[in-house]
Design a binder for this molecule. Sequence first.
Ligand SMILES: C[S@@+](CC[C@H](N)C(=O)[O-])C[C@H]1O[C@@H](n2cnc3c(N)ncnc32)[C@H](O)[C@@H]1O
Length: 295
Amino acid sequence: MASEQPDPSSYWHSDSEHSFLELSSLARHDYEFVRVLDPWVDVAELMAEDEGRWNPGGDAKPGGYLELTDQQLKEVKLDLNGRQLVVRQDTALLLEPGVTGSVVWDGGVALPLLVEEWRDAGVIGPLSDLCVWELGAGVGLTSCGLLALGAKHVVATDQSHMIPTLESNLRRNFPDCGCFTCGTLDWDDAETEIATLIRDGAPRCDMIVISDTWYNECIAKALVDALVAVAKTAPDGRKYTPCIALEEMRSADCLVGFLEEVLSRGITVVRVVKESIRYAGLSGHGRMIVFLFQL
Ligand SMILES: C[S@@+](CC[C@H](N)C(=O)[O-])C[C@H]1O[C@@H](n2cnc3c(N)ncnc32)[C@H](O)[C@@H]1O
């Protein structure tokens, strides 16, 4: 851990009863992290860590930022935990205004692989105890991944136009398991839609995941409102709700806009130093960043 950083116990609250994602555990397993206090300083550190590979707005590969996925394919496959997940995606739909979720983005692949790495390393407690909520789930590869890794239940949410694809991908990989809920959670109307999901039987949230949801700083406020509202559904007695956010470096302004919004709510933010992550798809992957929030 960076030497100038304070002891995590002074800012990251521990919940001994539900210690499934603790910074002390990350540190014990040699993952480095830094507390994010000033987003501009953090972005400068990120660029330094990346040794000049990140040139925001400058050197995007043709076709965008993707290195782990191919959005031209009709199906995306991911081997995880000894099984193969397959989800359908729709490149043509991506051309419609306002649609971003009809294909798998890099974060959607990297997030379940990171959770697998952390589970195997013993960083994360048993997933079989957890109900994980995903916001902006798109076609559902991350949600499928968390189920494949043994999550007790996954609540996969997105805007209403994504729900048919999301639901059919979850059902295809997990037929008749009763282990997922799929439903609309538009961040602009989060409180109402969360209440509807809970009323209709979605289990309360133990952990939140988001991948590739920070692509435009205009949506930062609504997304953070939604994260806070989902965290409030945590079971009684829970001290905090952890959130894993796996985002791409698109532009410094976008990254800073989201971090400022999160920090303005008094939420603790930690960034996991990429080079300490073993999974090959992330180490050396110039654009992927892992944040943890304590909501
Ligand atoms: C870039 S895609 C990422 C999809 C998926 N997480 C992945 O990594 O493949 C962004 C996702 O956020 C969702 N999204 C954008 N604005 C939203 C809103 N206001 N409410 C709910 N979801 C939203 C989109 O529908 C889309 O699924």
